[in-house]
Design a protein. Structure first.
Length: 416
């Protein structure tokens, strides 16, 4: 592999791994906020235990996601200085908004939520988790605004060989970003829904004593996942209207469309191969659609089965199937991400800056070392997250530390 392919592979692995955490974080945050709302209004102890259990899994995933996100930030300065030099003044504005407005607020209020159990008023504590959830949406929104600019650059002018932002509103209203944000957010609801349903099914299959907790959790998970599938498909269909001609041509595999897209780009940018790899785009797209079909085929009947309490409590083969479905949304979202990102190749900023021009001047040996190091770090982080989530998910609500009332130490009595 040449240096450009190595740099692309490194970013693909690190960004893809981080994306797994993001998808689950967005989905779980929403479900935790909804369950806590029900617990706060009703005072139901079952929903309170549900909030603490799923909230602890959310916190674990969020913490690991922060670590992977910070590590991934090194990518832009390490391997893509050409991109930041050329277009950093434009898409960097969206990244700054994500960090300053969304991430800092989100992490601050999450700390209040974690340590505010039994200290904050229950209404204030409920408001805190909704701030966490909405700022998580805002964080994803600004990331997709930055990515949308790379896919379909708008709102800029070229001055002295660098892009300068002149229309912030145009960048925010970019259809390539807005549609993708809806698609990602709905996909995250599917991911969180199937995760909650799958973990709940695991406990019901093992005849847990917390049957009410996991019966209601399973229904909530499936009740979110199935509508999420339809919303995801809707935004995905709309997204085809915003795709670049080269990506559309690669997806369809039409020789005429491929030739027309190549000729159009060559007329503007000169000779060269301006089309994405057809095989990768088609494989990623087909994988995404097949996984969507499987989730819809299994999620539809599951939505009906969840309405029957004896089935929810005792249909063990169905429980096992739901547990096995947990990885499917993650795989589908990764396939969709590959389809979106590889489909714009060979452009880092579509039609303006190629991927090779966006690279830092790094040697082949340095990139091999960097790829090895980053892959090892992210592999460890993903493995640790899976182990922690698996361990705490198996233990059930009885072993949850989040929100547990602290045991006060006895006051020593001095005697003389």
């Amino acid at each position: 592999m040449d240096t450009v392919d190595l740099a692309r592979l490194q970013f693909a692995l690190t960004a893809g791994a981080h994306f797994l955490f993001v998808a689950l974080t967005l989905g779980l945050a929403t479900l935790v906020a909804v369950v806590q709302t029900r617990a706060t209004f009703s005072g139901d102890p079952v929903h309170l235990r549900m909030t603490r259990f799923w909230g602890q899994l959310y916190v674990i995933n969020y913490a690991m996601g922060i670590v992977t996100g910070l590590v991934m930030e090194f990518q832009l300065g390490l391997a893509w200085s050409g991109l930041t030099e050329y277009a950093g003044d434009v898409f960097g504005a969206a990244l700054a908004m994500e960090t300053l407005v969304a991430f800092f607020v989100e992490s601050t209020f999450l700390g209040l939520w974690i340590f505010g159990w039994n200290k904050l008023n229950r209404w204030a504590h409920l408001a805190v988790i909704w701030v966490v959830t909405l700022t998580a949406y805002a964080s994803a929104f600004w990331i997709m605004i930055a990515n949308g600019f790379l896919q379909h650059p708008v709102g800029h002018v070229l001055e002295n060989g660098r892009l300068r932002l002149v229309d912030f509103g145009a960048m925010v209203a970019n259809p390539a970003a807005q549609v993708a944000f809806g698609h990602v957010l709905a996909g995250a609801m599917v991911t969180g829904g199937f995760f909650v349903a799958g973990v709940s099914a695991y406990h019901l299959r093992r005849r847990t004593v917390e049957r009410d907790v996991f019966r209601k959790s399973l229904r909530i998970g499936l009740g979110v996942a199935l509508p999420g599938l339809f919303v995801t498909a809707t935004f995905g269909g709309i997204g085809f209207e915003t795709m670049q001609p080269g990506k559309v041509a690669a997806w369809t595999g039409s020789a005429e469309r491929l030739a027309a897209a190549q000729a159009e780009l060559a007329a503007v940018h000169g000779p060269g191969d301006h089309l994405p790899p057809v095989d990768v785009v088609q494989t990623a797209g087909i994988t995404m659609l097949v996984l969507f079909a499987v989730m819809l085929f299994l999620g539809g009947p599951s939505f009906l089965l969840m309405l029957l309490r004896p089935v929810v409590h005792g249909f063990r083969p169905w429980h096992g199937l739901l547990t096995l479905m947990i990885p499917l949304p993650f795989a589908a979202m990764l396939a969709g991400w590959v389809f979106r990102e590889v489909g714009r190749q060979p452009w880092a900023v579509y039609g303006l800056l190629t991927t090779s021009e966006a690279m830092s001047p790094l040697s082949h040996g340095r990139l091999v070392f960097s790829l090895t190091a980053f892959t090892a770090v992210f592999g460890v982080l993903v493995a640790v997250n899976v182990l922690l989530l698996g361990r705490h998910a198996r233990r059930g609500p009885g072993a949850v530390a989040l929100g547990d009332r602290p045991v006060e130490a006895p006051v020593p009595v001095l005697s003389f």
